[in-house]
Design a protein around this ligand. Structure first.
Ligand SMILES: *Cc1c(COP(=O)(O)O)cnc(C)c1O
Length: 433
C-alpha cells in the first residue's frame, strides 16, 4: 500500500516514509491510496474472532508486504493485549470501553501500535528517531508509555502548562529514560503549532530524524479503525441501523471510524460529539470551517480549536459538506450538561462515565430521541479515574482507581519549562543532539 499527501494526490510514498515523516514535506497529512473493502463474508466469521485476529486481518491489507507478515502479527499481538468490553446499558444502548490499556485512554491502541512499527523501521534503517508529540493530556502519556525504553527512539512531549489534570501531568512527566516532557506556557493549539513548525524546520530536520506521534501520523490513525470493525462483529446487527457517537477533539477517532465504514463496517451514522470546541459540528451546520483558539473544558482532551484530521475528513468526503452530512451529525455540549449526564447515568445505571464519554453519551441520546430505530453505541475513551476530581464532585462517590493509575501518582514530576516561542524550543532541541 502506498500513501499520498492530501495536498498532492499524485505523488505516492511507501509506508516507511509516511510513518517516519509523520506529516508530508508539503505540510499535508497522509492518506492510504486505497481503503480495501473487507470480503462480503467477513462479518459472518468475524463474530467469533478475537480483536487481535480482526486487527491482524485488516492491517495486512495496509501494511504487508512493507512489514513482513510475522512482524505485523507480533506487533498486533503486543499492542492490543488488553480488554475491550462492550457493555449494554439499556435496550439498544451500549458503551464501548476503549480505556483498558496501560494509560487508561483509548490512545493506547494507536500509540502502542505506532511505537512498535517505528521501532521496526528505526532498526531497519539504523537511525535514531525522535518522536515529537503535542498533547492536550492523554496522547502524551499513551505515547510515552508506548515508547518507554524502546531502543533507537527518543520521545519529546509538549504539553500546555496548567491545562492538563494533575494525574495526567504525573503521567506525562513521571517518565524518565528516553522521554522528555516540555511544559509550554501556552494552550494545546500553541503546542500543536510549535510541533508543526519543528517538523517544517530545515535545520532541525537535517540534525535529527523527527517524526510525529500525533494523530496526524498515519500509523496512529489506521489502528483506530480496527475496533470499529470489531464492534460491528460483536453486535451482529441484522437490518438494524447502527449509530456510533464519538467524543471528538482532533477527529482522529472519528476519521478512523469513517475509514472502517469504507472498509465495509455496517455503521449507518456517526455523531461528532464535541464540547464547546465545536468547529466541526458548526461546519456540518453551516458549511463553513472556522478554526479558532481552543477553550478549556472538563473534557480537556477534546479542547481543540483547529482539528488536525479535518483535512482528512474533507478528503474522504470530496470537500462536499452534503456528503459528509449523510454520514455524520454534529452535537455540542457544555460542561454543565456534561456534569448532569455523568450524574444521571450514575443514578440510573450505576455506571461511571468520564467527561469525554459523557459528551459522547449526550450526543447519542439526543440522536436516538429522534431516530428510535437505531442501535446506539457511544465510545468511552478514558477511565473515569483519570478525571476523578471532576467526576467525584458530580457523583459524590469515590471512583475506584486502577492500580496502573495509582502507580503514576507516586512518581515525581520532571519537566522542562519553555515559553510559547519556537526559537526557544529550537535551541533546546539543538542542544539535545
Ligand atoms: C484524545 C481524546 C479524545 C479525542 O480524540 P480525537 O481522536 O482527537 O478526536 C477523546 N477522549 C479522550 C479521553 C482523549 O484522550
Amino acid at each position: 500500500m502506498k500513501f499520498y499527501s492530501v495536498r498532492q494526490k499524485n505523488s505516492l510514498v511507501k509506508l516507511q516514509e509516511a510513518v517516519m515523516n509523520g506529516i508530508a514535506p508539503d505540510g499535508g497529512l497522509y492518506m492510504p491510496s486505497q481503503i480495501p473493502r473487507l470480503p462480503d463474508n467477513f462479518f459472518k466469521k468475524a463474530g467469533s474472532m478475537s480483536f487481535q485476529d480482526i486487527a491482524f486481518e485488516i492491517s495486512k491489507n495496509f501494511f504487508v508486504p512493507d512489514l513482513p507478515q510475522n512482524v505485523l502479527k507480533k506487533i498486533v499481538e503486543e499492542s492490543f493485549n488488553f480488554d475491550l468490553p462492550l457493555i449494554e446499558l439499556d435496550k439498544q444502548l451500549y458503551v464501548f470501553e476503549l480505556f483498558h490499556g496501560p494509560t487508561c485512554a483509548f490512545k493506547d491502541f494507536a500509540a502502542r501500535f505506532m511505537a512498535r512499527l517505528l521501532s521496526f523501521f528505526a532498526e531497519k534503517s539504523r537511525q535514531e528517531i525522535t518522536i515529537l508529540v503535542a498533547t492536550s493530556g492523554d496522547t502524551g502519556s499513551a505515547v510515552a508509555s508506548g515508547f518507554l525504553n524502546v531502543d533507537n527512539i527518543k520521545v519529546i512531549i509538549l504539553y500546555p502548562s496548567g491545562k492538563v489534570s494533575p494525574l495526567q501531568e504525573k503521567q506525562l512527566t513521571g517518565m524518565s529514560g528516553n522521554v522528555i516532557a516540555i511544559e509550554v506556557q501556552g494552550s494545546f493549539d500553541d503546542c500543536q503549532k510549535l510541533a508543526k513548525q519543528t517538523f517544517l524546520d530545515e535545520e532541525l530536520r537535517k540534525k535529527m530524524t523527527l517524526t510525529s506521534a500525533n494523530s496526524i501520523n498515519i500509523a496512529r490513525l489506521l489502528p483506530q479503525s480496527f475496533y470499529y470493525v470489531y464492534l460491528c462483529a460483536r453486535l451482529k446487527l441484522k437490518n438494524i441501523p447502527l449509530v456510533v457517537s464519538v467524543p471528538s477533539g482532533n477527529f482522529g477517532n472519528l476519521t478512523a471510524g469513517v475509514i472502517a465504514k469504507r472498509m465495509g463496517a455496517p455503521i449507518s451514522k456517526f455523531i461528532a460529539s464535541t464540547n464547546t470546541n465545536s468547529v466541526v459540528p458548526e461546519y456540518l451546520e453551516t458549511g463553513n470551517f472556522k478554526p479558532r483558539t481552543s477553550i478549556s473544558t472538563i473534557s480537556n482532551a477534546m479542547d481543540v480549536g483547529n482539528p488536525s484530521n479535518f483535512s482528512r475528513m474533507l478528503e474522504l468526503y470530496d470537500d462536499d459538506v452534503e456528503k459528509m452530512r449523510a454520514d455524520i451529525c454534529g452535537a455540542i455540549f457544555s460542561d454543565s450538561q456534561t456534569r448532569d449526564a455523568i450524574a444521571n447515568v450514575f443514578n440510573r445505571y450505576q455506571y461511571i462515565m468520564d467527561p469525554h464519554g459523557a459528551v459522547a453519551y449526550l450526543g447519542l441520546i439526543e440522536f436516538i430521541k429522534t431516530f428510535q430505530e437505531y442501535t446506539g453505541v457511544f465510545l468511552e475513551t478514558a477511565h473515569p479515574a483519570k478525571f476523578f476530581e471532576e467526576v467525584e464532585k458530580v457523583i459524590k462517590t469515590p471512583v475506584p482507581m486502577p492500580d496502573r493509575l495509582k502507580n503514576y501518582l507516586e512518581r515525581e514530576k520532571q519537566a522542562v519549562f519553555l515559553n510559547n516561542d519556537f526559537d526557544e524550543l529550537k535551541n533546546f532541541l539543538l542542544r539535545q543532539f
